[in-house]
Design a binder for this molecule. Structure first.
Ligand code: HAM
Length: 440
């Protein structure tokens, strides 16, 4: 039988990298709390029609990237239900908003989520079939201010704060407005007309998109098509006065808050529910898949799903890509996340009784330190001194030697790897000593 491996496009996350994932998630939760967001957890799979009606039938995601199956009916009379692993989480959040009548609270709902999403894309660096998103949505009845450009600016300010807190430098915020649904429909017609004469000179995908979904042409990455795309009409010139005014207010609020951005008239995004503000943060360290996160407004989504009027705005960060960016910046998890101490019991490996007793003493000491809140790795009395030091140096900031002498005297030998010195520490003071930062 062949060896089993993780499925193509999925992967295992192992220590020490998972420490970095945890640190990012903890930072996100902290920043979101500062902006008064609460966590929502929606199911990993939903009825297929939810995604068809929100993300859009014509999008790449719905037309070719979803993991969909027919769930067998329980009773003969029941029809099988078409279910899909969520390719994104905004649709699920808005479904939950409608289902739980959150609009009836009259309050703005500020919700965040952290979880896996699934898309059958061609795997490459930064693109997986199971990937993780950290996202947030602000949604509510118009009377709660959900349509206000202030919310767009606040969400973008929160993202800038999060990236700053994570120590990510060198990102660019690309900003655009795709207008109201009516603006978009009008612009689609203008674009379709303009494409009629030039599309035959473009790539096969663009020729198809020129007919089915002209906006998608603006996403094309084929180098030969770029000069043609640059000459196409721009959506900014086709916004109605209200959308224009809304966008001007968003940029004015960003200017006032000191959040820097680049206007990108080609940013139309790959999901159909967007209206007005759309944005992406890119990072140069990511290569071809350079979108660290994306988002925007979706003022008509709730109604499209049969709910009340509930404008909203949100984003999703690609957590896998955030990790890659931090790793590229050499903020390696391994350095920051060594355990506080490595307890090394020392015994004569040939004397089984003594070895067992010393290992038990080691476990008791590790237990004492762990109860004091320290992170501790425990060695084994059968290891030679050299092996204990090597193992400890890889995993811990300090090693604590526990041999017969130390056990009798209650004075332990501690070596600090970062400064290379060795000291004797009474057992009663050991936890405090190990908790303190390294000092000469
Ligand atoms: P999206 O642009 O499709 O938007 O995805 C957001 C982010 O998820 C991307 O910028 C990227 O970092 C990451 N991502 C997407 N696909 C993959 C993949 N195959 N592998 C790794 N990372 C990936 C949305 O999903 C919207 N729901 C965002 C949103 C929330 N808009 C409003 N609210």
């Amino acid at each position: 039988m062949s060896t089993l491996k993780a499925v193509r496009g999925t992967r295992d996350l192992l220590p020490p990298e998972t420490a970095l994932w945890n640190r990012i998630e903890a930072t996100a939760r902290r920043v979101f709390a500062r902006y008064n967001f609460g966590e929502i957890r929606t199911p990993i799979f939903e009825d297929t029609s939810l995604f068809a009606r929100s993300v859009g039938e014509e999008t790449d995601i719905v037309s070719k990237e979803m993991y969909t199956w027919e769930d067998r009916a329980r009773a003969q009379s029941e029809k099988p239900q078409s279910l899909t692993l969520r390719p994104e989480n905004t649709a699920g959040v808005v479904r939950a908003y409608i289902e739980h009548k959150l609009g009836e609270t009259g309050q703005l709902q500020k919700l965040y989520y952290i979880g896996p999403q699934f898309r059958r894309e061609r795997p490459q660096k930064g693109r997986y079939r199971q990937f993780w998103q950290i996202g947030a949505e602000v949604i509510g009845p118009p009377s709660a201010g959900s349509e206000s450009p202030l919310r767009d600016a606040e969400v973008l300010d929160m993202l800038a704060a999060l990236l700053d807190d994570l120590g990510i430098t060198g990102w660019t915020l690309h900003l655009n407005s795709v207008g109201s649904a009516a603006d978009r429909a009008r612009y689609n017609d203008v674009l379709r007309a303009a494409l009629a004469s030039v599309a035959p000179k473009m790539c096969a995908d663009c020729q198809r998109r020129a007919v089915t979904n002209p906006l998608r042409v603006l996403d094309c990455k084929v180098p030969e098509d770029q000069p043609i795309i640059e000459t196409l009409p721009r959506i900014a010139d086709h916004l109605d006065p209200a959308s224009k005014e809304h966008f001007a207010a968003v940029t004015a609020a960003l200017d006032a808050a000191g959040v820097t951005y680049t206007l990108n008239p080609r940013l139309v995004r790959g999901l159909d529910y967007y209206t007005r503000t759309t944005f992406e943060f890119t990072h140069g360290g990511l290569g071809a898949q350079n979108a660290l996160l994306g988002g925007g407004r979706y003022d008509g989504l709730s109604e499209a799903l049969g709910g009340p009027r509930a404008p909203g705005i949100g984003f999703a960060i690609g957590l896998d890509r955030l990790v890659l960016t931090l790793q590229a910046q050499q903020e390696q998890a391994a350095v920051a996340d060594k355990v506080d101490a490595y307890v090394a019991p020392m015994a004569d490996a040939k004397d089984a009784a003594k070895l067992a007793a010393m290992n038990a003493a080691g476990l008791a000491l590790a237990r004492e330190l762990r109860r004091a809140g320290l992170s501790v790795e425990l060695g084994d009395g059968s290891f030679r001194l050299k092996k204990s030091f090597e193992a400890a140096d890889k995993t811990a900031r300090r090693i604590v030697i526990l041999g017969e002498d130390e056990l009798q005297s209650g004075i332990l030998t501690v070596k600090d790897f970062s400064i290379g010195n060795q000291t004797k520490v009474p057992r009663a003071e050991l936890a405090a000593h190990l908790a303190a930062p390294s000092h000469q």
